[in-house]
Design a protein around this ligand. Sequence first.
Ligand code: GLU
Length: 304
Amino acid sequence: MDYQQIIERIYEEIKPYEQEGKQADYIPALARVNPDQFGLYLNLLSGESYQLGGYDTRFSIQSISKVFSLAIALSIKGKELWKRIGKEPSGTAFNSLVQLEYEHGIPRNPFINAGAIVLADVLLTELENPEEFFIQFVRALSGNEEIDYSSEVAQSEQSCSYLNASIAYLLKHHHNLNNRVEDVLHFYCMMCSVEMSCKDLAKAFTAFARSSEPFSHGGVELTTSRVKRINAIMQTCGFYDEAGEFSFLVGLPGKSGVGGGIVAIHPAKYSIAVWSPRLNERGNSIMGMKALELFTTMTSESIF
Ligand code: GLU
């Protein structure tokens, strides 16, 4: 299969959409990003890689960080984790408060903000130096020591994270948050602020595609069983209240972030990351989603 030719054809086909949607602007630092950018990186498990456009440009991974925090928390807590967080799709917006109130402070899944705020709380409790551990884990996963937090983006988000603060206080009210709300929010915003390129993300996610060779770092091991479960949650909950649509159109487990990044995997075949800041109304990158839909259609390599 000529993957390079395929991704170049995809780029031509998605060009008509390049002015659709707009970048996230509820986080001031993200509103300043140039929206007219696109990158793609395909990493085959057999070793070859193919790339396009701004594949090496770093951007704010935002909610994609939730996959990393879930991997660490699940490795440390095992089944215990599911007493504090569910694993069902939410069908509501990623930052919804209503469902959390109805469900007495147990977030539906780890990829909505409430769930990821609980993950941040778990890491704060369990790790000696959570910020250092988290970034070293991400660096080790992607093999790039230069990956880092953006304190500018983290501060920018924290300065106006009223909704996430409300979620955290509601969790606290329901005894599902052990640390101080300010500390949890700070760490949550730091994790979301990590900047990675499509290349970094595709490389990091090979650990979720190639579970036969479990990745391990600092005592966190991505065993076959954990990877199976994380991939299942990516499939059912990885795309906000559009996970069904993504599954329908693309047919791969993956995760998106409001920075415009999407990373997806085909177990035992490849990992692929795309990035373009303009989002649809659900928060997923418009060009990114179109590119992945075309990719699995043209290659016939979705999981279904
Ligand atoms: N830091 C963002 C927030 O909490 C993450 C949102 C996302 O990428 O889904 O709103």
